[in-house]
Design a protein around this ligand. Structure first.
Ligand code: ZN
Length: 241
């Protein structure tokens, strides 16, 4: 019943918008292309779904440029966020001098922290508003750009957390819908409470009650200090093999 309700909410509240990078679906801080959204959400497109690996950056290198509007300190923070990921994996970040080259354009167009998901083969935006300038938040958005989605929507999540839909703001419930197995890459890494891509326990609560309840007691979720060991392992499985 809960799932039916969720699906109904999803279908009625998901909006497709149009922008420079093409049509997209807004899912909290993720922007999904129509093709990605279909692979992750539609129960009917599984047979035609492309493998998620098409969204990984070629040659283990994320190509980017930085638009104007960032202070020197903020530019240093962005560089530090990238350097730390590079130091932990074989992933590389390369600043592009070619406007026509497919790249992540790091910008401050609005106040939000958001990114397209994975390599799309065009100029794709990653937005960092003033309040996004923490190392963990920048890394969270970079991981979206590298192809990661949120941990708590992992197809296996119901074995690890209970999503308390009754406590979630109705218009935000679609951010908690589980991804389909078909739209997910199996990297052979277990569910990860410590992932930088995991929402915290009170995410989008409407009543101060928990919205994500770990089924194993005494675990912390929602950390934004840096990549977890399993985040590093996943990045390595994608980009270092
Ligand atoms: Zn996110």
């Amino acid at each position: 019943m809960q799932h039916c309700l969720t699906l109904l909410l999803l279908l009625t509240s998901s909006r497709i918008s149009s922008q420079d990078s093409g049509a997209f679906y807004n899912e909290d801080d993720m922007r999904l292309s129509a093709q990605q959204w279909k692979a992750l959400r539609s129960q009917h497109s599984a047979r035609n779904a492309m493998p998620w690996s098409i969204y990984y950056w070629p040659q283990s290198t994320l190509v980017y440029s930085i638009a104007s509007g960032f202070s020197k300190a903020e530019l240093s923070l962005i560089a530090a966020a990238m350097d730390k990921i590079s130091a932990q994996t074989c992933l590389r970040f390369r600043r592009s001098a070619q406007p026509r080259e497919p790249q992540v354009v790091i910008q401050r167009k609005d106040a939000g922290c958001w990114s397209y998901v994975g390599y799309l083969g065009l100029r794709q935006e990653l937005n960092l508003g003033r309040n996004c300038m923490l190392l963990g938040i920048v890394q969270h958005e970079l991981l979206h750009a590298l192809g990661f989605r949120h941990m708590h929507t992992d197809p296996r999540r119901d074995n690890f957390v209970r999503i308390a839909f009754e406590n979630i703001m109705p218009e935000k419930q679609r951010f908690f819908v589980r991804d389909t197995v078909q739209g997910t890459a199996d990297l052979g890494v277990d569910y990860d409470y410590a992932s930088i891509m995991h929402y915290g326990p009170f995410a989008f609560s409407k009543n101060g009650q928990r919205t994500i309840v770990p089924l194993q007691g005494d675990v912390h979720i929602g950390q934004k200090n840096g990549l977890s060991a399993k985040d590093v392992l996943k990045l390595s499985r994608i980009y270092c093999t």
